[in-house]
Design a protein around this ligand. Structure first.
Ligand code: NAP
Ligand code: BGC
Ligand code: ZN
Length: 356
């Protein structure tokens, strides 16, 4: 079958031929419709995040897949069900994190991530998965259901951010998203449901499709080249909640100054090593005396996918049309991996959702 993989020493993914996987009892064989591409895929291609499956000199990409069950084996799924796989799997049998249903909280070494960390991904005509790691997706999401996995990352980050504020009365009125890539824009759309006073940070000149989306969502675009993060204004002062999705490490600390007292910042970006100075004493004091919180968040699991299905189902049509800038055929997927300011979310198509 056709698969799209990155090879050791190569800079661009290419189409390869690999055997079609055979499902074991308890596993499901899924025919892939579409697979989304995000910043993490670019990090995997560059070799700055994740790793190849042990013993292999290539890695099949893709962790945002939607597909159709073609062989449910002994599971409760039916042929034709629309499904999306979660990303993490246990490396050796199982472990306490997976048994508790919290693989997203597993430390390094206690998980692999399909298409990212030490395991092949879903960017192939077929893939198999144990049934417990598949989420059923409503038919209406067949064309853009690949947005559910990245939205589930935002759902988890917001769940953890809100949890840090659950000990007191906290009603966020303003929010800032750092980053206008696909994760930042999905997070902004999710926050627009609950918060009126919204800001989103980028570093682009107009005209730019991501700035158009920010403004159509009713948010204010902030250019980091003109406005330092600590100075980002909100109608009533600084912001109650901030989500970092740039991968720009200084933002993890600068965001503390953008937060209002009792505010919370959630960090999602995955930067490389970078040493720089921060005003550690002042920021430490600020966090303590202003009751501020910072929380890191990675990955997501079934409950976050379920929340994300609801959120993605409620996104306005214009948002989906504007954020999904290109869907390219799996025979020639190179355009899905091009980085330019016209592209936001791209996806690779194996089977057209309308032809299944
Ligand atoms: P992306 O496409 O690389 O988006 C990052 C965006 O941030 C880009 O639009 C970039 O602008 C902008 N940016 C970077 N530095 C900036 C700066 N100094 N000022 C203003 N804007 C800046 O990636 P993504 O898919 O949206 O993901 C965002 C980050 O989250 C990545 O680091 C990714 O690895 C990580 N991630 C984490 C999780 C998790 O579970 N924790 C999940 C998914 C992704 P330009 O395009 O103009 O350069
Ligand atoms: C994926 C997550 C993964 C994270 C870190 C993200 O792009 O969507 O599932 O845990 O990268 O590898
Ligand atoms: Zn991702």
């Amino acid at each position: 079958m056709r698969a799209i993989a990155v090879h050791r020493g190569e800079e661009l993914p290419r189409v390869i031929d690999v055997p079609t996987p055979e499902p074991e009892p308890g596993e499901v064989l899924v025919e892939t419709l579409r697979v989304g591409v995000d910043g993490t895929d670019h990090e995997v291609i560059k070799g700055t995040h994740g790793g190849f499956p042990p013993g292999d000199d290539y890695q099949i990409l893709g962790h945002e897949a939607i597909g159709v069950v073609v062989d449910p084996t002994t599971t409760g799924f039916d042929v034709g069900d629309l499904v999306m796989p979660t990303v993490r799997r246990p490396p050796n049998g199982t472990n306490e994190y997976f048994e508790r249903g919290e693989p997203d909280m597993a430390p390094d070494g206690q998980y692999v991530e399909r298409g990212i960390v030490d395991a092949h991904g879903y960017m192939s005509e077929y893939f198999t998965s144990p049934a417990e790691f598949l989420v059923e997706i409503p038919e209406s999401l067949a064309p853009h259901g690949f947005l559910v996995e990245p939205m589930s990352n935002a759902e988890k980050a917001l769940e953890h951010a809100y949890a840090t504020r659950s000990a007191f009365t906290w009603e966020p009125e303003s929010a800032l998203v750092l980053g206008n890539g696909p994760l930042g824009l999905l997070t902004l759309a999710r926050l627009a449901r609950d918060v009126d006073d919204l800001y989103c940070l980028g570093r682009r000149d107009r005209p730019d499709p991501s700035i158009d989306i920010i403004e159509k969502l009713g948010a204010t675009y902030v250019d980091s080249r003109e406005t330092p993060v600590p100075e980002i204004p909100a109608e009533h002062g600084h912001v109650d909640i901030a989500v970092e999705a740039t991968g720009y490490a200084k933002h993890a600390f600068e965001v503390l100054d953008a937060l209002a007292p009792n505010g919370v910042g959630a960090l999602l970006g995955v930067p490389g090593d970078w040493s720089f100075e921060i005003e550690g004493g002042r920021l430490h004091r600020e966090m303590v005396l202003q009751n501020k919180a910072l929380v890191g968040s990675v990955n997501s699991h079934i409950p976050h996918f379920e929340d994300a299905i609801e959120t993605v189902s409620s996104l306005p049509d214009w948002f989906v049309d504007d954020i999904v800038t290109e869907v390219v055929p799996a025979e020639d997927p190179s355009a899905a991996f091009e980085r330019n300011t016209d592209q936001i979310k791209t996806a690779v198509e194996f089977v057209s959702p309308s032809e299944r």
